[in-house]
Design a protein around this ligand. Structure first.
Ligand code: 13P
Length: 287
């Protein structure tokens, strides 16, 4: 059964560790992440962006696949199915389809509109027992080939959004989606500390988990980060393992063309990456 993230976030905050949100793209991804969580007795959050949901045929297909997989694989650890960077309309659709947790990303709106829309989403989620993640100060990333140093959120705005009644808060602290540029300045721990102080007790979310050095991840956890999103790193692991399989000519040996064989090394690579992250985040054995 799917759960919202409320309980797992409170435990992570009090136990000073973080739960990973791993984004899913298909059945192989989902299976690899769920099995790794179960094998390591770790709570887990499956992230689904609107684009990934569309690719997988829609929110209903995703919710049905994940729920059925939890049952068929006998998964006992807490699993949340979380909409990643949802729009206002997308959030409503994911709620109806059976997602257990919703991120409404209103960070691109002026703060007044972000507040108004976040409030509406909170009320809708409350009626269904779902958890809500909001965002202040967009997370940086590549746009038209230009990579920035990542946006930085205003701690006072974070407090305003936190006080609306969200369960978890994503705040820009110089983090970026995708690979970090070689001249990246690093996470803004001064800002993270100010946000943590302003929002007392609010579990914070670190997006753009790919490529953040381990020491920075650990320091972020010590300053209130309870959820860390990882997407690109799993994609790169899958890509490298699949490339190695094909470059070694294994797809041309025997029945190596069978998708169950062809996609297996990629699946194993995702499992190894997810385990590595769960270990770093401290969530192993916490389910
Ligand atoms: P990465 O792709 O950089 O790991 O970021 C994932 C993320 O933050 C999803 O919201």
């Amino acid at each position: 059964m799917l759960v919202n993230v409320k309980d797992m976030m409170i435990k992570a905050r009090d136990g000073k560790y973080a739960v990973g949100q791993f984004n899913i793209n298909n059945l192989e991804w989902t299976k690899a992440i769920l099995l790794t969580a179960e094998e390591n007795k770790s709570p887990v959050i499956l992230g689904v962006s609107e684009g990934a949901a569309k690719y997988m045929c829609g929110f209903k297909t995703v919710a049905a696949m994940v729920s059925a997989m939890i049952e068929d694989l006998g998964i006992t650890v807490p699993v949340a199915l979380h909409l990643d960077h949802g729009s206002y309309e997308g959030a409503k659709k994911a709620m109806e389809a059976g997602f257990s947790s919703i991120m409404f990303d209103g960070s691109h709106y002026a703060i007044e509109e972000n507040i108004a829309k976040t409030k509406e989403i909170i009320d809708l989620c409350a009626a269904k027992g779902l958890s809500v993640e909001a965002e202040v100060g967009a997370i940086g990333g590549e746009e038209d080939g230009v990579v920035g140093n990542g946006e930085v959120a205003d701690p006072a705005e974070c407090k305003t959004i936190a006080d609306l009644g969200v369960d978890i808060l994503a705040a820009g602290i110089g983090n970026i989606h995708g690979k970090y540029p070689s001249n990246w300045a690093g996470l803004r721990f001064d800002v993270l500390e100010a946000i943590n102080n302003a929002t007392v007790g609010m579990p914070l979310v670190l997006h753009g988990g790919t490529g953040i050095p381990d020491e920075m991840v650990q320091k972020a956890i010590s300053l209130g980060v309870c959820k860390i999103n990882v997407n690109t790193e799993c994609q790169l692991s899958f890509q490298e393992a699949t490339r190695a399989y094909i470059e070694a000519g294994k797809d041309r040996e025997g029945k190596g063309f069978d998708p169950r064989k062809l996609l297996a090394p990629g699946g194993e690579a995702i499992k190894a990456k997810v385990k590595e992250k769960m270990d770093l985040f401290g969530s192993i054995g916490k389910a």
